[in-house]
Design a protein around this ligand. Structure first.
Ligand SMILES: Nc1ncnc2c1ncn2[C@@H]1O[C@H](COP(=O)(O)OP(=O)(O)OP(=O)(O)O)[C@@H](O)[C@H]1O
Ligand SMILES: Nc1ncnc2c1ncn2[C@@H]1O[C@H](COP(=O)(O)OP(=O)(O)OP(=O)(O)O)[C@@H](O)[C@H]1O
Ligand SMILES: [Mg+2]
Ligand SMILES: [Mg+2]
Lengths: 255, 255
């Protein structure tokens, strides 16, 4: 694959799932071969992609070695990308993997045989910096960090950058930040504009120029099991994620 | 204490921290003795209460037995409640506690000697159903569940209720739901009204009548290290949390 992108931020509700899903869908519509890996036991990406009652084998079986990774992948109807789905069983993986040798490399092992079949892999991470997220950072070639334009989310960025440095030093030297994406921007509020300006000031080169606006269409789409491109293809939100996908492509490694 | 309240929801960014903090502050202003326990390694409640560079001992030292619980508690200036603060070290607790006998009862042991000194204990939980949250559910007498009025947060409610049943059956028979609080309601959007109606339909008795509106003042307050009652005391947001505190008091056990 050209890039294996971990979509990561330990702060809750900042748009990781929405961003991973929408980037995967945008690139698939541009003709790329895309695999979305749902690494969150809450399985929001799986549900938002329209897969509601996922039976094994899922990512859990692939991580624990109970099934071949390829057997767990399924196509997402009408969207054009593939999905490696999560189930609630993944919650047990954090504890079950704790004593395993090289426990941070399990996802790397799952993705390795799949990477040749896709141009892009996206990994939707849970809101924590625990074993699952570290697995994503170890398997990834780069990270995209959704940043919600409010104070508490901004505070978490420093800790996240420290974790990236640590993973780069101990587990994955090739890991880099592909970009910070400002999400859910409500540009009418001064707080949002101030936080956005702060992020630009501290991370001038890394912050994507494209900003994702706050848009109820993005919150509605999961209830229909559709991405924004099927729910509201002509919306500002859809074109924002299309532009973000183009920016990401420009920053990514050569095809 | 009259109640030890776990503020819980594994979905990220639904208002757990804002609700735990604002309820603690509202009750303190009503003359109650209140302790807020920050159980999240991201320490958002600690930071939002104005404590920025917390040195040990913190909740981490209390949980691991390295320090007495009482030695870790500190008053929050100008707010009138006490805080048992979190630090990033708590992230290690999930893994460190995994092999410990009765690991789900650590927080119960921390809270037990403190409970006599307060009318209310509030525990702000991280966005997961891992060992830390299970500790909160085991130590608590009741839970308050903030529910953000969107689809993905609604999906997580069923899983949460299953976890509460499991904890009630295996660890804490007295655990009950004190209420579901609809948060961040943007009543102009049909999605929010539909989700709110859904929650009322499925949980008619448990849903608080008070709804917390979406209000930028609540997102701004943490940047000043103040609760809404010092940041915007006359706002709709402040009076909403005051009313929520009154509703909670009516449902709580006898003083
Ligand atoms: N730009 C946006 N405008 C409006 N709502 C949005 C936007 N992006 C995401 N949402 C909604 O906000 C909520 C949180 O988003 P999302 O679930 O993508 O965040 P997350 O970081 O993956 O959360 P978690 O930490 O729980 O995994 C969801 O209900 C989602 O549908
Ligand atoms: N009613 C509201 N109106 C507007 N913003 C709000 C409201 N309640 C909370 N916020 C803001 O929304 C963001 C998420 O809220 P909060 O941190 O309280 O949620 P949480 O459930 O504790 O998140 P996490 O899962 O990361 O612990 C924060 O930036 C907060 O300041
Ligand atoms: Mg998510
Ligand atoms: Mg929180």
């Amino acid at each position: 694959a050209r890039e294996t992108v971990a979509v990561v931020n330990q702060k809750g509700g900042v748009g990781k799932t929405t961003t991973a899903l929408s980037l995967a869908a945008a690139l698939a519509r541009a003709g790329e071969r895309v695999l979305l890996v749902d690494l969150d036991p809450q399985a929001n990406a799986t549900s938002a992609a329209g897969l509601r009652a996922v039976r094994p084998p899922s990512l859990y079986e692939a991580l624990t070695g109970a099934a071949e990774a390829a057997a767990c992948v399924r196509p997402v109807p009408d969207e054009g990308f593939d999905l490696l789905p999560a189930t609630a069983a993944l919650a047990g993986a954090e504890v079950e993997l704790a004593p395993v040798i090289a426990r941070e490399r399990r996802l790397e092992g799952v993705c390795a045989p799949l990477a040749a079949g896709y141009d892009w892999l996206f990994v939707d991470c849970p809101p924590s910096l625990g074993i699952l997220t570290v697995n994503a950072l170890t398997a990834a070639s780069g990270v995209v960090v959704p940043v919600q334009c409010e104070y508490l989310p901004l505070e978490g960025l420093t800790q996240l950058m420290g974790t990236l440095d640590l993973v780069r030093a101990t587990l994955n030297p090739r890991l880099r930040v592909l970009g910070l994406a400002l999400t859910m921007l409500d540009s009418r509020t001064r707080l949002a504009r101030e936080v956005a300006a702060d992020v630009h000031r501290h991370f001038p080169d890394q912050t994507f120029a494209t900003v994702i606006p706050r848009a109820v269409s993005l919150a509605e789409a999961p209830s229909h099991g559709r991405t924004i491109f099927r729910h509201r293809p002509d919306s500002r939100a859809a074109s924002a994620y299309r532009r973000l996908a183009e920016e990401l492509t420009a920053r990514a490694g050569a095809p």
